[in-house]
Ligand binder design. Structure first.
Ligand code: ADP
Length: 497
């Protein structure tokens, strides 16, 4: 092979201890890699050893090696991807399910639950989430039930209730409050109270409560088209769990009926006392005169006694009427009603007054149906109703006049009708004649032995029989009074034979 000492790899051995060189070999026609190392013996350099190999050989090996490495890498990657996917699936799925449950809870859906079969940390988390959902659901149900109870309580309350927050915005308003304040409870929520009602006093009361943090009591007077209303207001502050003022609530109690009743009762007591006092005073004065005047002629004495008798009759009528009213009002549902034939009590009442009519020169015509008139009623009270109407007709009709007293049926109603050709009632008085102690002509009524209670008793009796009273009258021509009482339906369907 000739002297190789000048070859680069041999030269490298000399300078670096080993040498590697790659050259194209013209002889072989391929690139060859040479590796040279020194040969040493007894500390002396004896020569060089050189190994050569065709580069294509090496490259072939390297290529094989690279292929193996690439294949390994691909396999490793594939294994990693598959493993990753499997692992990801086993983690992502439950995490996604948990996210869905958590989002559901945020929206208020507490019904979803997670499968809690895993024993790892994800299983623990799923169980914790399930527990949270369950306790939240229970708490939510309790809150909703309590809220519904409170709302139906508010809705059912006769008293009006309005709750506002610190900024006086409506939190809650029930329909009773809506009616009193002229506001719509549905559209009022979240609006400032002064925007939803014109009743300033309620807004002021709530403001005062919010400012002072104390209860405020006040009375509200509302003038409506039909009537004046009196409303008691009690506003109280609302505090949260930490005692912080968060709003105020006002309770509106409509006491108009109570006020009206009190006024009616006061007026009634005053009127009754006055009515009783007049005959008592007259009797006293008459008796005193008779006692004092010992020399009074017996004819005068007789006239005085007749006057005393008249006054005592008046007193007795008054007491009788007052007792009748009290009897009608005393039992809570009025007198006990039972199935009766109205013709009986009607006939009895009319017959009792026929002599009076005759005495006063008034022709009384009676009309009674042939068939029974079955109503649910109190015969005594219905007899009294007929008596009072007929008595008035006779009283307020002049001698020679006529009175028709009829019992009729129609439209499911029994009608007691009393028509006269008497003095009549002016239109402005017609609505008031049914009021207690109301008399168009006081002197005339007294003179005729009237108490002013007759028609109020008639109205009362009609009302407790679910009936009504009407008057039609023309002054100077006459009056027609009607009282309608519903015919008992069961009796109407199965009339007694
Ligand atoms: P009184 O005891 O005074 O008759 P009522 O309550 O029966 O009391 O009647 C009230 C008033 O109605 C009477 O005072 C009278 O002025 C008027 N009135 C009642 N019935 C008639 C009638 N048939 N015709 C005219 N006026 C009547």
């Amino acid at each position: 092979m000739g002297n190789l000492a000048s070859r680069p790899e041999i030269m490298d051995v000399r300078s670096h201890g080993s040498g590697v060189a790659t050259r194209y070999s013209h002889g072989l026609g391929v690139s060859v890699m040479h590796l040279a190392l020194p040969i040493e013996g007894n500390g002396r350099l004896l020569g060089y050893a050189r190994a050569s190999r065709s580069l294509s050989d090496i490259e072939q090996r390297l290529t094989r090696l690279r292929t193996v490495v690439a294949l390994g890498a691909v396999l490793a990657m594939l294994a990693a991807v598959v493993l990753g996917l499997v692992l990801a699936r086993s983690f992502v799925k439950p995490v996604k399910a948990m996210t869905a449950v958590a989002e559901g809870m945020a929206r208020g859906d507490y019904n979803r639950r997670l499968p809690a079969t895993r024993t790892d940390e994800l299983g623990d988390l799923a169980r914790a989430l399930n527990q949270t959902a369950k306790s939240s659901q229970n708490r939510m149900e309790t809150i909703i039930t309590d809220r519904n109870k409170l709302l139906s309580l508010l809705r059912g309350m006769v008293e009006g209730v309005v709750a506002v927050d610190r900024d006086e915005r409506v939190l809650q308003m029930n329909s009773a409050a809506g009616k009193i304040l002229g506001a719509s409870p549905e559209t009022s929520v979240s609006k400032p109270i002064w925007e939803v009602t014109r009743v300033r006093q309620v807004c002021d009361t709530l403001s005062r409560t919010l400012k002072s943090g104390r209860d405020v009591k006040d009375e509200l007077r509302l003038a409506t088209r039909s009537q004046d209303r009196v409303v008691e207001m009690l506003a109280s502050p609302l505090f949260d769990g930490e005692g912080e003022l968060v709003g105020a609530v006002v309770v509106l109690h409509d006491v108009s009926d109570l006020h009206r009743l009190q006024t009616v009762r006061r007026d009634f007591v005053a009127n009754a006392s006055h009515e009783l006092k007049t005959p008592i005073a007259a009797i006293r004065a008459l008796v005193e005169t008779v006692i004092d005047d010992r020399s009074m002629r017996s004819s005068d004495q007789a006239s005085f006694l007749a006057k005393i008798w008249n006054q005592s009759i008046r007193l007795s009528s008054l007491v009788t009427d007052l007792l009748t009213l009290s009897r009608l009002e005393s039992s809570p549902g009025g007198p006990e009603l039972r199935p009766i034939d109205l013709r009986d009590s009607f006939r009895v009442a009319v017959h009792a007054l026929l002599p009076t009519g005759e005495e006063r020169g008034i022709a009384v015509h009676t009309e009674v149906p042939e068939n029974p008139v079955q109503v649910l009623g109190d015969p005594e009270a219905l007899g009294q109703l007929t008596t009072n109407l007929l008595d008035n007709a006779i009283k307020y009709t002049s001698r020679g006049g006529q009175v028709w007293v009829r019992l009729k049926t129609g439209n499911g109603q029994a009608l007691i009708e009393v028509q006269d050709t008497g003095m009549g009632i002016a239109p402005q008085d017609q609505a008031r004649v049914f009021e207690r102690f109301y008399r168009v002509d006081k002197a005339r009524s007294r003179e005729l032995g009237g108490t002013g209670l007759g028609l109020s008793i008639v109205k009362h009796i009609a009302v407790i029989h679910q009936g009504r009273v009407f008057v039609e009258s023309t002054p100077g021509i006459g009056s027609t009074f009607r009282a309608s009482i519903p015919i008992s339906r069961s009796l109407q369907e199965n009339p007694p034979s």
